[in-house]
Design a binder for this molecule. Structure first.
Ligand SMILES: NC(=O)C1=CN([C@@H]2O[C@H](COP(=O)(O)OP(=O)(O)OC[C@H]3O[C@@H](n4cnc5c(N)ncnc54)[C@H](OP(=O)(O)O)[C@@H]3O)[C@@H](O)[C@H]2O)C=CC1
Ligand SMILES: O=C(O)[C@@H]1CCC=N1
Length: 264
């Protein structure tokens, strides 16, 4: 076994989906533990990985152990596995707010840890993951983890003080984007477009716009101006969004999310 998950819920499934579909680690070298039997069965059926109800079986069999339970269960899960963690193993964490110093305290011994914040687009190979290794990770091990994480999207090493910002701007933001797509599609449905077609048009517009930002390197404001023909249709929509405080609302939402991450 190479990779083990403790917790086989939404984020673990997204990462498994990305890693297995890219062929980076075969399904039979992945093991997942979950307290919830239907959750275990779901990933076993979907991905063909090994599953167990015993977190320590994951620790025994995996070289890299990814803790994919909710932040409130981290202390209990770590206390149940810390005696079995070996010095050569790498622990990857993905919980908001759980700092490297807090994690070190919970393990109570020297453990190689990489604190990460992924997002669910990992499922389709378009994830964005921030990683923050602790002092016990060698350069070679950091490179290995970056390769693993880059199998399901982009990866950047960031200073730990930015991890709560990352939670808000990329970890949680797919939810805001899905709301945006849903709302645009609702408007198109209101205008008479069939719903499935409305999702396709709205989602592809978001995908293409995101790709333009990444590929052209142009300022988003400049790209917006390219869409707004003088006295055209778009500027009317922009005015409504500005009147409703669109950008201010997004800024407030992202800041609130980062604050929550800091508090966990
Ligand atoms: N969802 C996302 O978009 C992202 C999530 N994350 C982080 O990923 C982590 C997991 O989140 P998510 O996948 O959404 O949560 P889920 O609730 O979908 O998955 C967590 C799974 O862990 C199980 N579990 C709970 N306690 C234990 C335990 N002691 N041992 C083994 N399994 C256990 C849960 O079972 P049960 O349901 O029975 O409690 C559940 O199946 C969190 O820390 C979250 O912050 C990070 C980035 C993005
Ligand atoms: O909502 C959450 O707490 C997790 C962390 C980032 C995305 N989902």
């Amino acid at each position: 076994m190479k990779l083990g998950f403790i917790g086989t819920g939404n984020m673990a499934s997204a990462i498994m989906g990305g890693i297995i579909s890219k062929g980076v680690i075969p399904a039979d070298e992945i093991i997942g533990a979950d307290l919830f039997a239907p959750g275990r069965e779901r990933v076993k059926e979907k991905f063909g990985i090994h599953v167990t109800a015993d977190n320590n079986e994951v620790v025994e069999k995996a070289d890299v152990v990814l803790l994919s339970v909710k932040p409130q269960f981290y202390a209990d899960v770590i206390s149940g596995i810390k005696d079995k963690i070996r010095p050569d193993q790498i622990v990857i964490t993905i919980a908001p707010g759980k700092t490297l110093s807090w994690l070190a305290e919970q393990f109570g011994k020297d453990v190689k840890i990489v604190r990460c914040m992924p997002n669910t687009p990992a499922m389709v190979g378009e994830g964005m993951t921030a990683a923050c290794p602790n002092e016990h990770m060698t350069e070679e091990e950091i490179e290995y983890v970056k390769t693993l994480l880059s199998s399901f999207g982009l990866v950047e090493i960031v200073p730990e003080k930015l991890m709560d910002t990352v939670t808000a701007v990329s970890g949680s933001s797919p939810a805001y984007v899905f709301m945006f797509i849903e709302a645009m599609a609702d408007a198109a449905v209101l205008d008479g477009m069939p719903r499935a077609q409305a999702y396709k048009f709205a989602a592809q517009a978001v995908l293409g716009s995101a790709k333009m930002v990444l590929d052209t390197g142009k300022h988003p404001g400049e790209l917006k101006d390219m869409v707004c023909s003088p006295a055209g249709t778009t500027i009317d929509a922009v005015r409504v969004l500005e009147e409703c405080g669109f950008r201010g609302t997004i800024i407030d939402a992202v800041q609130t999310c980062a604050e929550k991450s800091r508090s966990l």
